[in-house]
Ligand binder design. Structure first.
Ligand code: R5P
Length: 296
């Protein structure tokens, strides 16, 4: 097996190659003056099983196109199989046609990945509201791994939490709050969320947190609006300390200021999106899955 990575995931790719004992193949990428991308696969992939890593955060369109150019080239150069590892899969929120005429972006993106030659896709904590299993809407098998258990273990080992209550800011996050609460040996509660706009949400729920800490758990922190609203609610309910944990710390548009000024004291995240808060790695679960696939 050979591992390679596009520009957003070089460090992740090298760690994955090391964890799986695989060779690492360089991919050269640069940008032409007009913004187009140039891609070159720097090595022989003929007959190889190749793993291509690219997390598609912050500039999802560029990162997607870079992946498509690289994947297709790897297959044209004769790779026997191509496993795409996309630690953060973008466009998953638009998983249905909510208004007439809207693009169902998730299905289109999955189709593009398959069309470029991806034989199997590995993602981490994909945002799944209405689609329980991505394989059902994809032409190729999709493995959706989680880092929530690792985030829970990190919180347990490193934070001095006092009688924590784990908060899911919405219904979807309840599954992750449950995992983290079990690891912390405590209870959890799901709030109800109403999205008022791209950056505005309102979060409601009856909480009694006097003398307790609150741990807000979500898959994505993007603008931070959701986490900030949950943090304010926890503080109003008397929470002593509020911490937040997420798989993907996208942190767009001043999110850090938004969540820390709402009362969050500590943020922990995984390395699917590199950030100063990426204290937990998604490499071990991805490596474990790749080893299982290689044995099968
Ligand atoms: C949405 O349902 C997700 O699980 C997150 O809650 C959402 O993406 C967070 O976005 P933001 O940080 O912009 O509120």
């Amino acid at each position: 097996m050979l591992v390679c990575a596009c520009s957003a995931s070089k460090y992740f790719g090298r760690k994955l190659a090391k964890a799986t004992g695989s060779g690492y193949l360089e991919i050269e990428t640069r940008r032409f003056p007009d913004g187009e991308l140039y891609v070159r696969v720097c090595g022989d992939v003929a007959g190889e099983s190749v793993v291509l890593v690219q997390s598609m955060y912050k500039e999802p369109n560029d990162r997607l196109v870079e992946y498509l150019l690289t994947a297709r080239t790897i297959k044209e150069l004769g790779a026997e199989a191509l496993i795409g590892v996309v630690p953060y899969l973008p466009y998953a929120r638009q998983d249905a046609r909510f208004k007439p005429g809207e693009a169902v972006s998730l299905e289109i993106v999955l189709d593009l990945l398959a069309h470029a030659g991806t034989d199997r896709l590995v993602v981490v904590d994909a945002h799944l509201h209405r689609v329980p299993d991505l394989s059902e809407i994809s032409r190729i098998p999709v493995h959706n791994l989680t880092v929530m258990d690792r985030l829970g273990e990190y919180l347990r080992a490193n934070l001095d939490l006092s009688e924590p209550l784990v908060l899911a800011p919405d219904e979807e996050a309840e599954q992750w709050a449950k995992v983290v609460a079990e690891i912390l040996g405590t209870d959890y509660c799901a709030l109800s969320k109403e999205r008022l706009g791209d950056r505005e949400v309102s979060v409601a729920g009856e909480l009694e947190l006097e003398g307790r800490d609150a741990v807000i758990v979500d898959d994505i922190i993007s603008t931070g609006g959701t986490t900030a609203a949950a943090a304010r609610l926890a503080k109003e309910a008397g929470a002593r300390k509020v911490v937040a944990a997420c798989s993907h710390a996208i942190l767009a548009l001043g999110a850090e200021h938004r969540i820390f000024s709402a009362g969050v004291e500590e943020l922990v995240a995984s390395d699917t999106v590199p950030s100063p808060y990426s204290v937990v790695s998604a490499v071990p679960p991805v490596a474990g899955l790749l080893e299982k696939i290689a044995r099968s």
